[in-house]
Design a protein around this ligand. Sequence first.
Ligand SMILES: [Zn+2]
Length: 86
Amino acid sequence: MIEESLRRYLDKVSLESKELEKCRKIIQPKPKKPQPQEKLSPYRLEGFECDRCGDEYVEDTAYSYAPSLNEINDYKTYCSNCVVEG
Ligand SMILES: [Zn+2]
């Protein structure tokens, strides 16, 4: 009698952990965006604001991890001073 109830209990526990497993899979984070390239590229911009020091620059070179100028708005831009500091 005791063994029977114990067995039922264990079945229930294993079922619950399977349910938990399902939940965990649903909660998993969405796939990340592709990582930006590692190197900063210089882009000549009409105007930009440095994302590190906050200064605004006109007709100057911005440094960004963006792979192309078209995507620069999706990435942070840094002025030459901030890039030198690393
Ligand atoms: Zn800066």
